[in-house]
Ligand binder design. Structure first.
Ligand SMILES: Cc1cc2nc3c(=O)[nH]c(=O)nc-3n(C[C@H](O)[C@H](O)[C@H](O)COP(=O)(O)OP(=O)(O)OC[C@H]3O[C@@H](n4cnc5c(N)ncnc54)[C@H](O)[C@@H]3O)c2cc1C
Length: 415
C-alpha cells in the first residue's frame, strides 16, 4: 500500500510536539490521520540524544516551563516521570575581566527580576516597543541584555515587549530525567509517522488538499501544517494558491530566533558546582554564555548562547561555541577546569534545514501576528506549532496545546 493510496481525512505535516499532539487529538475525534515528517526521526525541536553522554541530553526543549499551569507537567506527574524541580540562579558572574562579588551577584539577580517586571509593565500601554527600550539604565544593563537574548533566542532590540508581556509565565521550571524529547516520543509512541517524507507543495485550491511528497501525493480533506516559521519564511513548501499577503506578513513578523546549547560532561570527581548553580560570562558587549551545572543532578553542565552572538558562533564553524564556553569556564574557575571535562557537544539549530533556528520571537508590533498565523485558510489548510500561540509561544507545552486547539477547530468546522 502506498502513502498516496491511503486518502486520510487529515494529513499532518511535521511530527514535532504540535504535529503529534494534533494527530492524537484528531484520532480521538474519530478521524483517519497520516503524519508526515521531513526528518528521519520524530520530535522536531524537542529531541533527546541518548548516545553522546551517559545521561540523556535534550538537544532542544528540556524544561517544562510554567510547571504550575503546564499540561505536560501534569501528564508527567500522572506517568510518575522522575522530575527535577530545582531552579537555577546566577552563582558566579564574570563580566568584562572581573568576577562580581557575592553582594554584586545578588544585586545583579535582583536587577534581572526587576527588569522583567518593568518589561511586563508594557501591558498598561497600547503601543508596542522593543524589549531593549524597557531595560532600566544600570551598570548591569549589558549583561541583562544578553540574558534576554537567551530567553527570547533573539536580541532585545529586535524583540516585541508586548509579545513578552502576553507570555503566561507561572511558577516552576521542571526537568524530566529521561529527557523531555524521550518523554514526548513515549506519549505518542502509538502514532504512526512517515519519516523522510517532506511535503514540497500544498494545493488547497479546490475542495480538500493535495500534499506532494517524495512518496507520492496525499489527498485529504484537511491539512495541518506545523513547520517552524523558519521553514515557512524560506518557502521550502510551495502553496497553491500562494499564501495570502496577511499570512506572509505574519510569517515575516515572527522570525525564528536562535538558542544553542553546549553540553559538557564533567569528571564526577569535580565538585566545584552543583545542581541549581550557574555561571554567567560576558566579554565585550555581546559575547555571553550562561552555564548551568548539574543537569538531572548528574555531572552534566549545559552552556547556552543566544541571538546574534549564537549565530556568529555557529557561522564560525563547529567547535567555536564550545571553545567560547570552555574559555568562560577557565576565566571563572581557572585553567585546570578543562582537565575535568571529558566530553562536549554543541547544537547548531540555525543550520538545521527542517527548523532553521530554535523558536519564534515577535518583532516590535508583531505580537498580533501569532493569531493571524493560526488562522486556517479556506477551512482546509490549518496551522499549528509554537509560533501560532499567543500566550505559550516558543515552548513545548505551547506546541502541545496548539495541536489540541487545531484538532478542536477542525472538528467544529467539520460538523
Ligand atoms: C535549544 C532549544 C532549547 C529549547 N528549550 C526549551 C525549553 O527548555 N522548554 C520549552 O518549553 N521549549 C524549549 N524550546 C522550544 C521548543 O523546543 C519548541 O517550541 C517546540 O519543540 C516546537 O514544537 P513544534 O511542534 O511547534 O515545531 P517542531 O518541533 O519544529 O515540529 C515541526 C516538524 O516539522 C518538520 N518539518 C519541517 N519541514 C517539513 C516538511 N516540508 N514536511 C514535513 N515535515 C517537515 C520538522 O522536522 C519538525 O519535526 C527550545 C528549543 C530549542 C531549539
Amino acid at each position: 500500500m502506498t502513502l498516496a493510496s491511503l486518502n486520510p481525512d487529515i494529513v499532518v505535516i511535521g511530527a514535532g510536539t504540535s504535529g503529534l499532539s494534533s494527530a492524537k487529538s484528531l484520532k480521538d475525534f474519530g478521524y483517519s490521520v497520516i503524519v508526515i515528517e521531513a526528518n528521519s526521526d520524530v520530535g522536531g525541536r524537542c529531541i533527546t540524544n541518548n548516545s553522546i553522554f551517559d545521561t540523556p541530553f535534550d538537544l532542544g526543549g528540556s524544561w517544562l516551563h510554567s510547571a504550575a499551569t503546564n499540561p505536560l507537567a501534569n501528564i508527567a506527574i500522572k506517568k510518575n516521570a522522575k522530575l527535577h524541580k530545582k531552579n537555577w540562579s546566577p552563582t558566579w558572574v564574570h563580566s568584562n575581566g572581573r568576577d562580581l562579588s557575592p553582594q554584586e551577584t545578588k544585586e545583579y539577580s535582583q536587577y534581572i527580576e526587576d527588569m522583567w517586571k518593568n518589561i511586563n509593565n508594557i501591558g498598561t500601554r497600547k503601543d508596542d516597543l522593543s524589549v531593549e527600550k524597557l531595560i532600566p539604565k544600570s551598570k548591569w544593563k549589558d549583561i541583562a541584555k544578553n540574558q534576554i537574548s537567551l530567553m527570547l533566542a533573539a536580541d532585545p532590540d529586535v524583540s516585541s515587549a508586548l509579545d513578552v508581556f502576553h507570555f503566561t509565565n507561572t511558577k516552576g521550571d521542571w526537568l524530566i530525567e529521561s529527557g523531555l524529547g524521550t518523554f514526548i516520543k513515549n506519549i505518542y509512541s502509538d502514532i504512526k509517522v512517515f519519516v523522510n517524507c517532506p511535503a514540497s507543495k500544498i494545493d488547497y485550491s479546490s475542495s480538500g488538499v493535495k500534499v506532494e511528497t517524495p512518496q507520492g501525493i496525499i489527498n485529504a480533506k484537511y491539512a495541518v501544517l506545523t513547520v517552524s516559521t523558519g521553514v515557512l519564511a524560506r518557502e521550502q513548501i510551495k502553496f497553491y494558491p500562494a499564501l495570502p499577503p496577511r499570512k506572509q506578513e505574519a510569517i515575516n513578523l515572527l522570525p525564528i530566533g536562535l538558542l544553542n546549547k553546549i553540553g559538557l560532561e564533567f569528571d564526577p570527581r569535580w565538585k566545584g558546582a552543583h545542581q541549581g548553580q550557574s555561571a554567567d560570562y560576558l566579554i565585550g558587549e555581546n559575547d555571553f554564555c550562561s552555564i548551568e551545572f548539574g543537569f538531572y543532578d548528574s555531572n552534566i553542565a549545559v552552556g547556552f548562547v543566544g541571538g546574534r552572538f549564537a549565530e556568529q558562533l555557529e557561522m564560525d564553524g563547529p567547535g567555536t561555541a564550545t571553545s567560547f564556553c570552555l574559555d568562560s569556564l577557565k576565566a571563572i574557575f581557572g585553567n585546570d577546569i578543562v582537565k575535568f571535562i571529558h566530553k562536549t557537544t554543541e547544537t547548531a539549530w540555525k543550520s538545521n534545514k527542517n527548523t532553521h533556528g530554535s523558536y519564534s520571537y515577535a518583532v516590535p508590533g508583531g505580537h498580533g501576528a501569532r493569531q493571524t498565523l493560526a488562522e486556517p485558510l479556506d477551512d482546509r489548510l490549518f496551522f499549528a506549532g509554537e509560533a501560532t500561540m499567543s500566550n505559550t509561544q516558543a515552548t513545548v507545552h505551547g506546541a502541545y496545546l496548539s495541536g489540541i486547539e487545531v484538532a478542536e477547530k477542525i472538528s467544529k468546522i467539520d460538523k
